[in-house]
Design a protein around this ligand. Structure first.
Ligand SMILES: [Fe+2]
Ligand SMILES: [Zn+2]
Length: 414
């Protein structure tokens, strides 16, 4: 069978679609479908046979995705083709199919062979789908009822070289946003070995693995004995930390219970009760800072970020919320300020006042808690006495990479 390349005229280029914020909330995925008009550009296409059917694809896309060893390195999974050298009018001179493959011979003599199964998974347009970790592990939203059966893994299983316990631990974090590890020896060294099962520690201005008492060593409320309201950490980083781990090694005194709140659940409640506020907190960006130490003045670049952050499909992927670290607000209009505070207070009424969403628990030697700082908010009650809390941060990209590799998630999206 032969398929002749034909030009695609620019008139089919879709016009940009502008949705109001309200429409975007009603159809979260629609707002990312907008495509800017591309102007007068002509690219040739190829009708690619897929059994009895066929799919029309741009020649440049097919050549850019050629999987021959000259165009794509099979080990490094990196593109080798220099995309700027592919002519816009590249024509196919021959297209053949077998049961499993399609072979395209190009005018310049190059031959591209595609597995039909690969094309089915990867071709753009109607069939295009992004499938990865986030589809494998859908977040299970929780409230205070999680106290009856909180996700937990025994220390010995996590340390076992088989990686089965490690996988369970990471899957707990992916699904529930947090997990305990029980039976951990009460030492900094053993806690460090534990987190190293996931990946390296993310150092910050607080150090690597921290070990602190309420001595105001750093200019941050965490280094006091005051209560801390529910928040996520490092909203003032361009890339907020992915995981946070705590191991309380010693406490002679009272109070200091820990609180976790599922930020995705709070968001779902906000969306249900106050859809307008949900849109406002998804679209209004505000500033945060860290400036309590004389030698530290951190803020993100870009400067402003929304509290609720979504991926390109409209799926909620990150909460950035720390009311204490929010900076001066001077970049919004008069009306935007009122809308922002109204939405923020609605968020806070759910995040801080809904007992049915709060999971309180005591930390103690032997029990490590780790949570997804992009999803789960943490807090602690005020305390008295001597309290030695240790812990660390982990990068989001690196813990998710570790989960994908131990769970054997395929690498087909490369
Ligand atoms: Fe914190
Ligand atoms: Zn090639």
């Amino acid at each position: 069978m032969h398929f002749i390349a034909r030009p695609l005229v620019a008139s089919v280029a879709r016009r940009a679609i502008t949705l109001s914020a309200r429409d975007a909330a009603a159809q979260p995925s629609a707002r990312f479908l907008a495509t800017a008009a591309t102007g007068a550009t002509t690219f040739t296409t190829v009708q690619v046979p897929m059994g009895k059917e066929s799919v029309t694809l741009h020649s440049i896309w097919l050549r850019d995705h050629c999987r021959c060893p000259a165009c794509w390195h099979p080990v490094t999974k990196q593109r080798l083709v220099e995309t700027q050298t592919i002519p816009k009018d590249l024509a196919a001179t021959d297209v053949k199919q077998t049961d499993a493959q399609v072979q395209i011979t190009w005018k310049d003599g190059h031959v591209s062979t595609f597995d039909k199964a690969w094309l089915k998974d990867h071709a753009y347009g109607k069939t295009a789908q992004f499938k990865d970790l986030e589809e494998t592990y859908e977040p299970a939203l929780w409230g205070s009822e999680i106290a009856q059966n909180p996700p937990s893994v025994p220390y010995d299983e996590v340390m076992d070289p088989s990686n089965a316990g490690l996988r369970k631990w990471l899957e707990n974090i992916a699904i529930h946003g947090f997990s305990f590890v029980k039976g951990v020896p009460a030492s900094v060294e053993k806690s460090k070995e534990l987190v190293a099962r996931i990946t390296f520690i993310r150092e910050s201005h607080y150090g690597g693995y921290w070990d602190f008492t309420p001595n105001l060593e750093h200019g941050d409320t965490a280094y006091t004995s005051l209560a801390l309201p529910a928040h996520t950490d490092t909203t003032y980083f361009t890339d907020p930390v992915g995981l946070q781990m705590f191991h309380l090694l010693e406490h002679r005194g009272t109070g200091g219970e820990s609180l976790l709140v599922d930020g995705f659940k709070v968001a779902a409640e906000l969306r249900r009760l106050h859809p307008d506020a949900y849109v406002t907190l998804s679209t209004t960006k505000v500033a945060a800072h860290c400036a309590g130490d004389a030698d530290t003045y951190i803020y993100p670049k870009p400067r402003y970020h929304a509290l609720l952050n979504h991926d390109e499909r409209g799926k909620l992927v990150q909460i950035r919320y720390n009311n204490n670290d929010r900076s001066v607000l001077n970049h919004l209009s008069f009306d935007q300020v009122a809308a922002y505070y109204d939405a923020l207070q609605k968020w806070q009424a759910i995040a801080h006042e809904r007992k049915d969403l709060e999971y309180w628990f005591p930390l103690g030697p032997g029990t490590v808690v780790i949570f997804d700082n992009w999803r789960v908010m943490h807090a602690r009650a005020a305390f008295t006495g001597y309290r030695r809390l240790t812990g660390c941060y982990v990068n989001g990209d690196d813990w998710r990479s570790r989960l994908r590799t131990v769970a054997g998630v395929n690498r087909k999206m490369c």
